[in-house]
Write a protein that binds this ligand. Sequence first.
Ligand SMILES: [Zn+2]
Length: 189
Amino acid sequence: MERKACYEIDAADRVVRVDDGFAELAAGYGHPTLADDALGRPLLEFVAGDRPRELQCALMTRARAAAPEPLELRYRCDAPEMRRYGVLQLHGRADGSLVFTTWFEATEDRPYQALLDPEAPRDADSTVELCAWCNRFGGDEGWHEAEAVIAASDARPPAVEHGLCEICELLLTTRPGAEPKWSGPFGRP
Ligand SMILES: [Zn+2]
């Protein structure tokens, strides 16, 4: 069983609690002080990209409307050498607070992808959009996994902008009412 990470926001969307699993995850991403720094600050400060931020707001509204039933969403949170299939559970409470719990339900090794490596030097003259939810990259020819966008040997991949693909937006925002509870590009129908 994968380790879970948990954090909580109050009715005003400020981070009020993070657990050890969250601190470990943040440290793994190279942000060892994030768990302490996040407390008291608006959650949306930590969501990169305008459209992912808008979606986050919509999902928080949806989760509060669904309370006390949890909303459970699928997403990808890839590492340069691993596909990681994540689950995010949003649990609304009567006081308007929301508890976020996340874990990886599956991981797959892959050849190293510089495009997914925050440490990799970038080509200053080009950018590519990354869907924050399915981790596919967008371009003129649709949305594709990192492997299909640039050659793995490309030493300077384009800079990444955080966005949202049409499929994820559709799946995450247009399901009627609070049903079904599961959604996202890798979710159950
Ligand atoms: Zn997507």
